[in-house]
Design a protein around this ligand. Sequence first.
Ligand code: SF4
Length: 437
Amino acid sequence: MNVWIYTLGCRLNQCESEALAQAFVSAGHRVLPSAEGCPLCIINTCTVTAKAEQKARRVIRQCSRTPGVGAVIVTGCYAAVSAAALADIGDNVFPVGGPAKSALLQLPAYLSGASDSEAGERVRSFCTGLPASSDPFAFAATDFTFHSRAYLKVQDGCDNHCFYCRVRIARGKSVSLDRTEAVSRALALQAAGYHEIVLTGCNLTMYGLPGEGLAGLVGDLLTALGPDMRLRFSSMEPDHIDPPLVELLSDKRIQPYFHIPIQSGSDTVLRRVNRHYTAAEALRIIGDLRRVRPEAFFACDVIAGLPGEDDEAFEETKAFVEECRFAHMHVFPFSPRPDTELYRAKDRPPESVRDARAEQLRQLSQRMHAEYLASCSGTQAEVILESRLEGNLWKALSGNYIEVVLDDGPGMHRGDLVKVRFPHLSGKEETIKVSRV
Ligand code: SF4
C-alpha cells in the first residue's frame, strides 16, 4: 500500500516519522512524497502554537477529502491533547496520540495484504484495539527516508512546568532510553554508514536525571564511537547544562551547533512563566559553551509578547540576545495554549505590540546571522552531503549549521562527511559555495 507521511514540528517528531517510514518500507509498503495515490496518510502533528495546529487541521482536512484516501491517521502532540476535535474533521480521520502512539509501528504488518480499498476499514479496526501505553523508544529508525543524517531518540517527556507549554501535557513525564541501549543503537547507526547522529528528546538535558544526566550518555557515546562519527544535539534547555557536559562538548566530534530555548532575557518574565533559570545564569551557561567551542553556531528560541513582558522586559530581552550573539533566533509570537496556566493571562501585551516585537527580534536575528557568517570567512568546516543538485553540485549542511553548495566531482554520496573551506563571506550571500580542502 502507498502511504504519505507528513511531519510538522520538532526534531523529535521528525525522528518518530522516520521510524514509521522505515516500518512501512520494511513491511513492503511504499512511502510517497505526496498524498496523491496514497490510500493512507499519516500526519504527525505539533501543538506548540495555535498556528501549528491550524496548519495540521488544514492538511488533515485536505487529505480526508482527497479521492482515494481511505484513512488519515493523526499522531503527535496535537493528537494527544485534542483527539476528539480532530476525529470530527472526517469519518476517515483517526487520531492516535499519547502513550498509544508507538503501537503505530505495528500498523504496517497489520496492513499486509490489504487492498487500497480496505485501508479505511483495516485502520478503523486497528485503532479500536490500541494499547493504553507502549514503548516511547520503539521509534528507533536505522534507515532514514527524509534525512541524510541519523536521528536517535534518547529522551521523551518533560518534568518542567513552563506555564505556556502544552507539549509537556502531550508527552507526559520525562523518560530516558537506557544508556547501554542508546550506545548500542548509536553503534548500529555508525555501522550503517551514517556520519552524524542527532540526539533528540523533548527536553534532552533532562536525559538520565536524577543521575549522571546527559553528560553520562555523551561520555559513553564518545568512548564508543569512532573518529568519523559526529554528534549533534537537537536542542538543549539551559537548566541541566552542567560543567561535566560542557567539558565533554570540547570534543571535536560534537558538532559546533547549540540550540538553546531561551524564551526571554528578562528575569521578571522568566519567573512569570516558571522557567528555572535567570538571565544571568543563562548568560553564564552560554559563555561556558563558547569557551569550549568558540566557533559554534548558537541558536535560540525566543517568545515575543509573553505575559508580564512590558517595554522594560522586552528591552532586557533584546540586550540579552545581543550579548549572547545568537546566530539565529526562532522567534515565536506568544500563542496562549488551552489547558496551560497562561491561557487566560491578563498581563500579556496586545497582539499588535507582540507582533511588532517579534518583527524587531527577527530583524535582530538577521543582522546577527550575517555577522556570524562573516566571522566564518576563510575558516574550515565539515559538511554532510544532503542532496545532489545538477551536475556534480551537492547541497550540504556544515557542522556549524550553514547551508552550502559544494562542487565536488563524481564519486560522492548522500551522507558523506567532507572537509571544506568557507570563502570570504559578507553575510549577505544567498548561496554559499565552498571548496573541498
Ligand atoms: S522545558 Fe518547558 S517548554 Fe520545554 S517541554 Fe518542558 S515544560 Fe515545555
